[in-house]
Design a protein. Sequence first.
Length: 307
Amino acid sequence: MNPPAIATRGLTKRFPGGQVAVDGVDLAVPGGSVYGFLGPNGSGKTTTIRMLLGLITPTGGTSTLFGDPTRAALTRVGALVEGPAFYPWLSGAANLLRLDAANPAADPASARRRTAEALDRVGLTAAAGKRYKAYSLGMRQRLAIASTLLSRRDLLVLDEPTNGLDPQGTREVRALIKDVAADGTTVFVSSHLLAEVEQMCTHIGVMRTGRLVAQSPMADLGAGAAARVEVETSDVTEAARVLTGLGLRDVRQASGRVGAEIGRTAPEHVSDLLFKAGVPIRGFQVIKPSLEDVFVGLTGEGFDVDS
Ligand SMILES: Nc1ncnc2c1ncn2[C@@H]1O[C@H](COP(=O)(O)OP(=O)(O)OP(=O)(O)O)[C@@H](O)[C@H]1O
């Protein structure tokens, strides 16, 4: 099996002065995934990313990129932590050419081809000759991402790439991330927006005050969360007896309603037994907790659900 794109063990950063910004984080980012690194502001995402990229030194723990603990693997990684500085009066293409020229490993003979390909990949070919200052926010961010794609990368690390973008720019960047991932590049993207991560990621890790409180494939997340059956009835006592008799957990009664965790029991089996027991059913529904409910439970705080 291929080693994970990113793996950390006990990764820790204690800043001088004693503040622990990242506390024993064990990340496992599978190759080929789009991994959403979710957490409220100040939860330690940027500090973690800076350690992964060798920009700051951990005070504890280890990390590997593609199984390699050395910095050599960083040549396979494109990153956008603080956006690159672009010259406002130069075109997008000219800005990329300047950045490309600053890379000693890049062959100057093929600079134009590389720049054109990167611009094409982010959908800026038509605007390549336009001055940077005339770019929309979304175009600026796409150009920033293009700068990370000037050479072939196996992993792209993006720190809050949609921060400060309007809804259109946000959509552009999200679509771009999906395209990059479809080409086989692993993407590790931080965000404080649950909806964003939910829409574009295959895996998720959740940070809270420096700790990784959850990590899982997106598809598994709902599975552990307890869906509930809710019955509206005038005979609460009998309905509760039926639900309890079925072995359902956390049976709760309120006026005119009874609810319980449904677990693996089929809803039609529950309604059938209620009917057979003569319970008058006014309403019957199965309620799954939203992803946001799951995370509020995990992190103890809400997320911005706006995009
Ligand atoms: N150089 C530093 N010195 C001291 N404390 C720091 C330093 N950098 C970050 N911190 C603190 O570490 C904690 C985590 O910050 P970090 O920037 O990693 O969080 P974040 O999740 O990326 O949040 P944001 O999205 O706001 O950047 C914060 O409390 C922050 O104030």
